[in-house]
Ligand binder design. Sequence first.
Ligand code: SF4
Length: 253
Amino acid sequence: MRIIRVKAKNPFGKTKIPGAKFVINQYIGCEHGCRYCYAKFICKWYDYGEWGEWVIVRENLPELVRGRFVNGWVYMSSISDAYQPIEAEIRLTRRILQNMNKNIRLKILTKSDLVLRDLNLLKEFKRVEVGLTVNSFDEDLRRVIEPKAPKMERRFKALENLHNAGIRSYGFISPVIPNLTDLDYIIERTKEFVEYYIIELLNLKMSGKFGSWLRENYPASYNIIANEPERYVGKIRRIVAKHNVKVSKIIIH
Ligand code: SF4
């Protein structure tokens, strides 16, 4: 893993991510190395190698956030995962949370149960939401397409622990891939612990070469996403209705 340490000028950037006004990216690049990752496009600006093999660490963000306040939801990590493996060692996210104004409204989305390490800090924020990406790929498949992300069971458990600690949490069910994502199981397994879900069908365009891989290995799944996503959304809605859970949005591309 190549680590590139840099100094940033501004901790918060404006964003068009739905539901947020600002973004904070303490890492650029992600060790989890998901094959479908929508953030891979940034590789065209950084000549450090394949996605998942390098991470830029903006090491002065803990100092930069101190004493700053921004009015509006802040989304933590849009081009990385704030709790990717390196975080266990360098604790950059933790130090940012320690120094951040606790009146800031904060949203974190992660694939890692390392977020539980910071439960006490998260509880200090007046308004905070933590989402876990859950998609139910079996272990063989997860190792191929989300090679360094934690196992699914650990993510389910993380949602349970967040809930038990009183942190508002949500399940980000993404990417949904027909025949590979068991929506029924995910909701059954997590509905007691989440406030709501966001459900997203795989974005073929943003996932780059992953689309070709999917077409080759799972042509039926590919065809549904490419040719009849609306019909599949009907199936999603029926499962959601069966469980009677809150879904803030279902995203198709
Ligand atoms: S965890 Fe998120 S940011 Fe990291 S590689 Fe996977 S999809 Fe991309």
